[in-house]
Design a protein around this ligand. Structure first.
Ligand SMILES: Nc1ncnc2c1ncn2[C@@H]1O[C@H](COP(=O)(O)OP(=O)(O)OP(=O)(O)O)[C@@H](O)[C@H]1O
Ligand SMILES: [Mg+2]
Length: 225
C-alpha cells in the first residue's frame, strides 16, 4: 500500500520552546494509527503540522489525499442544523443524504447541535470531513468528552466507517484502551519535547501486554532521571 503520510525528521519550536524533536514515521493507505503521549507533549502540534495549519521548523512532512480534521470540541456551527453543518460545500442533496446515512444522523438532519448528544456531534464532525471528500482524517482526542458507553458506540461506528471507506486515520488519544481497540499501530511519544519512544504494532489478542508496555514507556520517561 502507498504511503499517505510521511513525516521525516520533523522538529517544531515555538520561539525558545522546543515541542517536537526529530519525529519520523509514515502512515500507509487505510492504516489506522493512534498517537499517545503525556499532556502538553506536542500531539496537537504534530497533527496541526500534518494538516498544514502550521509549518515545522525542521524536517519535512508530505501527505497524499484530501485531509480532514476532527476537533475535540466538534467545532459545529450552533446556528446551523446538523445537515447544514455537513453541507458546507456544493454537495448534491443526494450526496449529503448518503453521508447523513453513513454517520447515522439521517433522522436528526434538522436538529441543531444543542439538540443532539455529544456522540452525535462528533459523528457530524466526521460527516463534515466526508463532505469534503477527505480520505485522510486527523482526529485530535475526538471522543475525550464522551461517557464510556457512548465512546464505545462511536468507536464501533468509526471502525466500520474506516473499513467501509478505506480511510487513513491518525487518532490522538489519552486513552490506551481506545488506542488498542481502534488502531493497528500506536506511536508513543515522550514528554516535551516529544520524541518517538516506540511505534507498537497492535496485536489485539495481546491487549493487556501492549497496555502495560505503553504505560511502562510513559512512566519510565516521566520518572526523574
Ligand atoms: N501556537 C503556539 N504558540 C506557542 N506555544 C504553543 C503553541 N501551540 C502549542 N504550544 C505549546 O506547545 C506545547 C505542546 O502543546 P500541544 O497542544 O501540542 O500538546 P498536546 O500534547 O496536544 O497536549 P494535550 O494532551 O494537553 O492536548 C505546549 O507547551 C504548548 O504551550
Ligand atoms: Mg492536544
Amino acid at each position: 500500500m502507498a504511503n499517505k503520510i510521511i513525516v521525516k525528521n520533523a522538529s517544531m519550536s515555538f520561539g525558545k520552546l522546543k515541542v517536537l524533536d526529530n519525529i519520523s514515521f509514515s502512515v500507509k493507505e487505510n492504516e489506522f494509527i493512534s498517537i499517545i503521549g503525556p499532556s502538553g507533549c506536542g500531539k496537537t502540534t504534530l497533527l496541526h503540522l500534518i494538516q498544514g495549519f502550521t509549518k515545522q521548523t525542521k524536517g519535512f512532512i508530505k501527505t497524499h489525499g484530501k485531509k480532514g480534521f476532527v476537533f475535540q470540541d466538534h467545532n459545529l456551527f450552533p446556528w446551523k442544523t446538523i445537515q447544514e453543518n455537513i453541507e458546507i460545500r456544493n454537495n448534491t442533496k443526494q450526496k449529503i443524504d448518503v453521508i447523513l446515512e453513513n454517520v447515522g444522523l439521517k433522522p436528526f438532519s434538522d436538529y441543531y447541535p444543542s439538540q443532539v448528544s455529544e456522540g452525535m456531534k462528533q459523528r457530524a464532525g466526521i460527516g463534515r470531513c466526508l463532505a469534503y471528500n477527505s480520505d485522510v482524517i486527523l482526529m485530535d482526542e475526538p471522543f475525550g468528552s464522551l461517557d464510556y458507553l457512548t465512546k464505545l458506540k462511536v468507536q464501533e461506528f468509526l471502525t466500520k466507517l474506516w473499513k467501509k471507506k478505506g480511510l487513513t486515520i491518525i487518532f490522538v488519544t489519552h486513552d490506551i484502551d481506545e488506542a488498542i481497540r481502534l488502531s493497528g499501530k500506536i506511536i508513543v511519544l515522550s514528554k516535551l519535547p516529544a520524541k518517538i519512544l516506540k511505534i507498537i504494532d497492535v496485536d489485539k489478542s495481546k491487549s493487556n501486554i501492549i497496555k502495560k508496555e505503553v504505560l511502562d514507556l510513559i512512566q519510565n520517561d516521566s520518572d526523574p532521571k
